[in-house]
Write a protein that binds this ligand. Structure first.
Ligand SMILES: CCCCCCc1ccc(Oc2ccc(Oc3cccc(O)n3)cc2)c(O)c1
Length: 255
């Protein structure tokens, strides 16, 4: 049966466990017929990922630490040999020092700032450069962002500034890659209870505010983000690039 993503090879970076947004994305793309390739940061994530991907037939796993250029280069060299062509990349990677996701942004350290930028924003640029060579039939690159990159959200601090850089990078990358029919977009997801969310102080209070105030009066679930990613990976979104799509029950429209 011809499905939306039949015959498409899609790389998914950032599945840590079954609660990861990237895992919900993987399930949406797999059920639409995509062939999935996963990367994990280091062996402490490998066991979990192998266990999870057992339920998805014909998945391939590679180790890749996105802070090392040589590991990104060897990832795409391996993909070139093993797969040959890539149609999509999901970038769902971010990090900041937990002590800098609370208190005053003013107190952000130089190395904390640089780490957040390197892992949460620059990594997309390096990955997009690697993917370009394999996207000979065009492609779609999707990254995850959050409202705190557009305006102040208490405690998001240094990660907000990194997401602002990520969202601007999406536009510059879209401009560079558009002539090759490679689209670059971001999904701005409402707060979802993931392993990463545990690093943000008072995460629960914002969930409550969203249930009370968001237009849809409910929080966002990872499956909705999975389905919007499916849309962005498919030809249904062929006219969209350089965009940020909010999957957040409409919360971002409120002052
Ligand atoms: C106060 C804002 C509440 C809503 C936050 C929504 C959200 C939740 C998780 C997000 O992803 C991360 C990823 C890494 C991250 O840094 C971490 C996470 C855990 C431990 C650690 O040392 N750093 C913080 C947030 C994210 O970008 C946005």
């Amino acid at each position: 049966m011809d499905q939306l993503l039949s015959g498409k090879n899609i790389l998914i970076m950032g599945v840590a466990n079954k609660r990861s947004i990237a895992w919900a994305i993987a399930k949406s793309l797999h059920s639409a017929g995509a062939r999935l390739i996963f990367t994990y940061q280091g062996e402490r994530f490998e066991k979990n990922l192998r266990e999870l991907t057992k339920e998805l037939s014909d998945s391939i796993l590679y180790q890749c630490d996105i802070t090392k250029d040589e590991e990104i280069t060897s990832l795409f060299t391996s993909l070139k040999e093993e797969i040959g062509i890539l149609h999509g990349v999901v970038h769902s990677i971010a990090h900041a020092k937990v002590e800098e996701l609370q208190g005053r942004y003013l107190d952000t350290s130089r190395d904390g700032y640089l780490m957040a930028q390197e892992i949460s924003a620059y990594s997309l640029v390096a990955v997009a450069r690697g993917a370009e060579a394999l996207m000979s039939e065009g492609g779609s690159i999707v990254t995850l962002t959050y409202l705190g990159g557009e305006r102040v959200v208490k405690n998001y601090n240094v990660m907000g500034v990194a997401k602002a850089a990520l969202e601007s990078s999406v536009q510059y990358l879209a401009n560079d890659l558009g002539p090759k029919n490679i689209r670059v977009n971001a999904i701005s997801a409402g707060p979802i209870r993931t392993l990463s969310a545990k690093g943000v102080k008072d995460f629960n209070s914002i969930l409550h505010e969203i249930e009370e105030k968001s237009p849809l009066r409910r929080t966002t679930d990872a499956e909705e983000v999975g389905d919007t990613t499916l849309f962005l990976m498919s030809s249904l979104s062929r006219g969209i690039t350089g965009e940020v799509i909010h999957v957040d029950s409409g919360y971002h429209i409120l002052g």
